[in-house]
Design a protein around this ligand. Sequence first.
Ligand code: ZN
Length: 143
Amino acid sequence: MTNSVPITLHAQWMGRLTYEGDLLGELTAVAAEHSVTLGRVEAIGAVKSARISYYDQGAHEYRFKRFDMPLEIVSLIGNVSIKGGEPMVHAHVALADEEGEVYGGHLAEGCIVFACEFVLTAFNGPTLERTDDEPTGLPLWAL
Ligand code: ZN
């Protein structure tokens, strides 16, 4: 049996992010602006530079990687839930360089938007609050 809860569609928004805005910060601001506390986000576009991370499962630490070059946002997908009483966007992203080589990972602050089109979906459902999870060291949903 899996830990899951029922959700239904509440509302959706489409839009684009601000030039040179912070990708994660802008997505979080859009979620907060529409009071989305349970949702899904997807986006495509391009960044001027990027910062993503990889979670070291043994050390329980994120390892950050910077890319100081333009990259395509091939795919960004994530969710919105609550952490510390505030909406939190958790997203993963695949970024391609001019050769089509793709780098991917956990979306971190520090990705600078060149252009980005997003779809934000809000669900009706229970509150999913992130709390510290013992075996992983990650802030996971208390289900
Ligand atoms: Zn992640």
